[in-house]
Design a protein around this ligand. Structure first.
Ligand code: ADP
Length: 316
């Protein structure tokens, strides 16, 4: 998409969003509530008309695309609430039939239903009624419904909201499998930074109608001014030093050479959460003008403040 804009009435929600996704890539779209994530995804899905900008999804403009194009997309919405009395296998087999005409020599559609049921971990529940599934099983069924047509591109809107850690892990394995073995491109929204870090090749942070960061989790953390935080104890006191440039190894080597009493040494890289809070905070204080991390405005203060280069004694 290039320079995507969306206005609701007089309110500009997207003010020029541009990004690309490559085949087989997993992208996580992050941003505070109201940032425009759902709007962006719905425009890409063809469910919402944009105000301006260029958008191509699988080679077509979603605003004018046909059913054959739609068959190549998978959309996983928040849970289905109907079909409670249908059985899992029965429902999937029913939906699968709609994709038969869209099979191509390259992509056989739909997915074999039993294989799909195994893949999403519902083999033991294939004959269960939908209304009797647990929350996690229900969500896996939502995913199965979204991908039954063997889509080339899948949209997942907060896919693991309400999952327990086990269900979350299984779901992550499924996403990796789709991307790695099926070469499926995946765009997901999440509020879970840990999830974005685990799943996504690339993270896009949307705030104030524009992209404030676009890169891998490592790139985003590296681009922040605070590279790493070194903590240690010496003479019964805790110390902390923020290494803002380059590799913290040099500082640690120097520290150990000049102070023989150092214990409890700890080097911590900026977490994705630190990066995210810093980016979003910066966008809010600077009017969201930046298109990427900008070192000049990074230490503006507040909750996401990046500490500058300094050593402090801290209360333990
Ligand atoms: P997110 O998914 O990041 O929480 P949304 O795309 O849902 O953000 O919403 C972005 C902004 O657009 C919000 O301020 C929301 O109130 C507004 N908005 C969303 N849909 C509509 C609509 N149909 N009419 C008017 N305003 C809308």
């Amino acid at each position: 998409m290039r320079d995507l804009r969306m206005r609701y009435g007089t309110k500009d929600v997207l003010t020029g969003v541009s990004f690309e996704a490559h085949r087989g890539e997993v992208l996580a779209l992050l941003g505070p509530n109201g940032a425009g994530k759902t709007t962006t995804i719905e425009i890409l899905e063809g469910f919402r008309m944009r105000s301006a900008g260029e958008v191509l999804v699988l080679g077509q403009d979603p605003a004018h695309a046909d059913e054959a194009w739609r068959a190549r997309l998978g959309v996983v919405l928040q849970s289905w609430r109907d079909h409670g009395r249908w059985q899992v296998r029965e429902l999937l087999a029913y939906l699968a039939r709609f994709y038969v005409p869209y099979s191509t020599p390259e992509v056989t559609r739909p997915w074999d239903v039993d294989e799909l049921i195994r893949m999403v971990g519902l083999a033991e529940h294939a004959n269960a009624k939908v209304q009797n599934l647990s929350g996690g099983q229900r969500r896996r069924l939502d995913v199965a419904i979204g991908i039954v047509g063997r889509p080339e591109l899948v949209f997942l809107d907060e896919p693991t909201a309400g999952f327990d850690p086990h269900a979350r892990r299984e779901f992550h394995d499924l996403v990796h499998r789709l991307a790695d073995f099926e070469n499926t491109t995946i765009l997901l929204t999440t509020h879970d930074l840990d999830e974005a870090e685990k799943l996504a090749d690339r993270i896009i942070v949307l705030d104030g109608g524009t992209i404030v960061a676009n890169g891998s989790a490592e790139q985003l953390a590296r681009e922040l001014t605070t590279q790493a935080e070194v903590r240690w104890t010496s003479g019964g006191r805790r110390h902390v030093h923020a290494v803002t440039e380059g590799d913290p190894t040099g500082f640690v080597r120097g520290l150990l050479a000049r102070d023989q009493e150092v214990t409890e040494l700890e080097v911590k890289r900026a977490s994705l959460e630190d990066t995210y809070m810093s980016l979003v905070h910066r966008a809010e204080t600077s009017g969201a003008e930046t298109s990427g991390p900008d070192k000049n405005t990074a230490d503006a203060g507040g909750p996401g403040q990046a500490p500058s280069e300094r050593t402090e004694e801290v209360q333990s």
